[in-house]
Design a protein around this ligand. Structure first.
Ligand SMILES: Cc1cc2nc3c(=O)[nH]c(=O)nc-3n(C[C@H](O)[C@H](O)[C@H](O)COP(=O)(O)O)c2cc1C
Length: 169
């Protein structure tokens, strides 16, 4: 049985926030993510968890590459855009400075601290999020990063409730 102590422990950890982007067949996607971590040292691997409710997951199911952008304390507006809006009804990339990386993965010019991942696995372990683990193809960190943490954006209302699922015809 999970009680309030679990939520309290997770809040106390206060993870750094990232924006994960990906693309498939020219369709870009991206969302704010708090569930993520390094998952291997040698070779370097990184893992993120994507909600089954969201557009980024649906695109990510078929995607080969992902970018992980570590947000700074100055990126609250980006956190809000990527965490509260959905690519199902909004072009989140419109008006942003975006370069296209490997396989068309959007790279956000405003977020130069980033990793580029080549997908290794996508794991559904029965929860409401799936795990995507990737080989780190490149890492960029130009200068010091003061991370944007969960405590600064916990008030945001996610674009999708994690219990949502695609409507089946
Ligand atoms: C503080 C915060 C943390 C979040 N963490 C995650 C996460 O770890 N994984 C995830 O898939 N979604 C997470 N979300 C939810 C998505 O970012 C949100 O539902 C987004 O609108 C999905 O966009 P999309 O439908 O374009 O993919 C988080 C949202 C917020 C506000």
């Amino acid at each position: 049985m999970v009680d309030g102590d679990f939520t309290a422990l997770m809040s106390a950890a206060d993870p750094a926030m990232i924006v994960v982007t990906t693309a498939v067949e020219g369709e870009p996607a991206g969302c704010l993510v708090g569930f993520h971590a390094q998952s291997s040292v040698l070779p370097a691997h990184y893992a993120v968890r994507l909600s089954k409710a969201i557009h980024t997951y649906r695109v990510g199911l078929r995607a080969s590459h992902f970018a992980v952008h570590l947000l700074s304390v100055h990126d609250i507006a980006l956190a809000e855009l990527f965490g509260t809006r959905s690519g199902m009804d909004t072009d989140k990339f419109s008006g942003l400075d975006v370069d296209l990386g490997v396989a068309g993965v959007p790279l956000l010019g405003a977020c130069p601290h980033r990793l580029l991942l080549e997908r290794i696995t996508l794991l559904d372990d029965g929860g409401d999020h799936v795990g995507v683990s990737g080989k780190v193809l490149s890492a960029q960190s130009p200068g010091r990063l003061e991370p944007l943490r969960l405590s600064a954006v916990a008030h945001l209302r996610a674009g999708h409730d994690s219990a949502e699922r695609a409507i089946r015809p």
